[in-house]
Ligand binder design. Structure first.
Ligand code: ACO
Length: 428
């Protein structure tokens, strides 16, 4: 196959290079097109635009493949753990024994946050959504570690910021919940695993004993792995674009948390459970809600269905569906909402509207059901997603900086007024 492409603009042929990825993906490199021809390309929502080359995550939406650094998500979810996967994503290889132990030990040592973080937390009304609190606390780290603002730090200094953020994220996440319910915060317990420490900070309170259930901690660890990276999605692209201005890693990831918050992205897991509960409260008639989802005059969409890149089953959804069954059985929880979810899925998979548009359940469809079974409150679901996505954001931010990528600055096609003269107020 030719490694150039030709486009014809106003009778003038322009040759453009075609680059190829390691999985034979082809892309026309248009970076010099404007210089050569004066024209730009337009692609709202970047549906067909690659913003970067990346060696972190491979995703084939048509075939339902997801791999971190070449390792399949199925294998990692079964055999690895979240901190090992974090190391893999950030440093590009599976850690040796020594690298792994060192990584885990250093993270464990940095779980405490500055006491003044509590003062910031106390400033939030209890009605504050934990995602807003989380993004604020992450950005506030620039104040506690002002050296992180220096874009020219050594790689050891960058590594320390990375360790600090991974270590403190569960503390911020659990504290954002404690603030919401008006309970005293719990300090980290470094004898626990990463997931168990988070659960203890979330659920322990001075009034009663709390023991972390290993089934719950294992299930949470698996969910974190499944969310750990997903190439250039909305929040990750946000992290890379913000970081491309040489803003600090904390500021860039805080921006990513905000991008994740929306119901069309990470906020979908909360929206799914709210939708399933509405359907249940409405009598559980899934056919009625399917009809609403298909009606173009009705703004309702089936939350947890469809994906920008998966036009086949989301491989994470397959793992999560099975995990939901396992966890509910192990914990002895029966959740009627799971039955509604299964009913909706079955109907959608057999409905021409969904089949033609290749709308399959995505990762968020079943994750909310597991989170509920683990006792995680609904508006903490997206916070759980952010905890999982953290190593992916870090890896993508680090790669973007190491590759010395230019500042992200798209162009536009202007459609507003032509030049006109100002008319004073009295003459309008
Ligand atoms: N319910 C009903 N119809 C849908 C749905 C849905 N969930 N998703 C897409 N469609 C329809 C659209 O109406 C459109 O139909 P049309 O061609 O007749 O106009 C067609 O399918 C294509 O939809 P788009 O919105 O163009 O697809 P896009 O790739 O832009 O959007 C998205 C993907 C945002 C995920 C969309 O499917 C959606 O809104 N899903 C529900 C929200 C959700 O679950 N988000 C989580 C995504 S996963 C994640 O972020 C981790």
């Amino acid at each position: 196959m030719s490694n150039t492409a030709e486009i014809n603009v106003g009778g003038k042929a322009i040759e453009l290079p075609v680059i190829e990825g390691s999985e034979n993906e082809q892309a026309i490199d248009i970076s010099k097109l404007r210089g050569q021809s004066g024209i730009i390309t337009i692609d709202p929502g970047f549906k067909n635009t690659g913003s970067t080359t990346s060696a972190i995550t491979f995703l084939d939406g048509e075939k339902g493949i997801l791999r971190y650094r070449g390792y399949s998500i199925e294998e990692l979810a079964e055999k690895s753990n979240f901190l090992e996967v974090s190391y893999l994503l950030i440093y590009g290889h599976l850690p040796s024994n020594e690298e792994y132990n060192n990584f885990v030990e250093t993270i464990t040592k940095h779980t405490l946050v500055h006491e003044d973080v509590k003062k910031i937390l106390e400033g939030f009304p209890s009605a504050a959504h934990p995602m807003g609190v989380l993004s604020s606390l992450v950005c506030a780290q620039t104040a506690f570690y002002p050296e992180s603002l220096d874009p020219n730090r050594s790689s050891d200094e960058v590594d320390l910021s990375i360790i600090r953020l991974i270590a403190k994220m569960p503390t911020f996440a659990a504290w954002s919940y404690k603030n919401q319910i008006g309970h005293p915060v719990n300090y980290p317990d470094n004898k626990q695993s990463y997931a168990a420490n988070f659960l203890k900070m979330m659920f322990a309170n001075p009034a009663e004993d709390y023991e972390v259930d290993p089934v719950v901690a294992d299930a949470l660890d698996k969910l974190l792995i499944l969310h750990a990276d997903h190439e250039q999605n909305c929040s990750t692209s946000t992290v890379r674009v913000v970081g491309s201005s040489h803003a600090s890693m904390y500021a860039s990831i805080s921006a990513g948390i905000n991008a994740l918050w929306g119901p069309l992205h990470g906020g979908a897991n909360q929206a799914v459970i709210e939708m399933l509960e509405n359907i249940k409260a409405d009598g559980g008639d899934t056919k009625k809600w399917m009809a609403k989802a298909k009606d173009k005059d009705d703004p309702f969409r089936l939350m947890g269905f469809g994906h920008r890149v998966y036009k086949n089953f989301d491989p994470r959804a397959k793992i999560i569906k099975k995990a939901a069954d396992d966890v509910l059985t192990k914990l002895g929880v029966s959740d009627p909402v799971l039955d509604i979810a299964k009913g909706l899925e079955e109907e959608a998979l057999n409905d021409p509207y969904f089949v033609e548009r290749k709308l399959y359940p995505n990762v968020d469809f079943y994750s909310g059901i597991i989170y509920r079974a683990l006792g995680i409150p609904t508006d903490m679901f997206t916070v759980m997603f952010a905890m999982g996505r953290l190593p992916g954001w870090i890896a993508q931010w680090k790669e973007m900086r190491e590759n010395k990528e230019p500042i992200g600055r798209p162009r536009q096609v202007y459609t507003g007024s032509k030049e006109r003269s100002y008319v004073s107020m009295s003459e309008r």
